[in-house]
Design a binder for this molecule. Structure first.
Ligand code: DC
Length: 233
């Protein structure tokens, strides 16, 4: 597909829009599944930035360093080797896709992703990966910080109860016996942490379109994002 660029007016300056879909929103809203499906429909690549923060948290966990030890953190960040391929997350070549979803790492990723220096390093890596466009990127700050020139910005929401219900069913499908109230409490904890942190808190970009997916199927959300993109490629 031919690379299409349009021009954004930006305070009198013109900057070419990047052919990239920025998909932001709170935990458990279905961003990754949506982003993967949208990317497949467009023939674009998919970048899961949450998985990058989780892999960084796993690296911190394994190294045993405290985030307060800034010198040790710098060394760790300088050697942080993160790659994604075919939906899998690799840390120094090791497939850590399952390890980064453990409850321990899900707790630790909150302070790690709130660290301004960690964010600086990961945002830099994300920009280097996506700078030529034709990516669907999901996260919390993609439209507001990482790719402000993205041609299509979507802020996906759903009520905490709808998100907890989906997560509950996902865990049941994996053979687990989740407790609904615990799943909901964990989502509320992460919403609060993500939206109140000082460094790049979760918020909708001014030029993003919000979609409340509480009563929509995955197919409907994917169709909506693809249609929005195709209307203003
Ligand atoms: O999307 P997720 O739950 O896998 O994200 C893991 C954590 O990383 C979550 O606590 C929010 C954080 N995150 C972030 O701060 N910025 C991003 N661009 C993506 C994720």
């Amino acid at each position: 597909m031919e690379r299409r660029e349009r021009v954004l007016q930006n305070g009198g300056m013109t900057a070419p829009a990047l052919p990239l879909i920025a998909l932001d929103g709170p935990s458990g809203v279905g961003k990754s599944t949506t982003a993967k499906r949208v990317a497949a429909r467009l023939g674009w690549q998919y970048l899961d930035t949450g998985a990058m923060y989780r892999a960084a948290a796993l690296a911190v966990h394994r190294s045993g360093i405290a985030l307060e030890d800034r010198a040790a953190l710098e060394v760790l960040l300088a050697g942080l080797d993160l790659t994604q391929n075919a939906g899998r997350m690799y840390l120094a070549g090791e497939d850590v896709s399952d390890a980064i979803r453990s409850p321990e790492i899900t707790l630790l990723v909150t302070p790690v992703s709130a660290d301004a220096r960690v964010r600086e390093v990961l945002v830099d890596q994300q920009r280097r990966i996506g700078n030529l466009g034709r990516w669907v990127v999901d996260g919390r700050d993609i439209g507001t910080v990482v790719f402000t020139r993205a041609c299509c910005k979507v802020f996906l929401t759903a009520s905490p109860e709808a998100r907890a219900r989906r997560r509950f069913l996902e865990l049941e499908a994996k053979g687990q016996t989740p407790d609904f109230d615990a799943v909901l409490a964990d989502l509320n904890r992460r919403d609060l942490a993500d939206s109140t942190r000082a460094a790049s808190p979760l918020c909708k970009a001014e030029d993003a379109t919000e979609l409340d997916s509480s009563d929509l199927s995955l197919d409907e959300v994917v169709d909506w994002v693809v249609a929005k993109h195709l209307a203003h490629p």
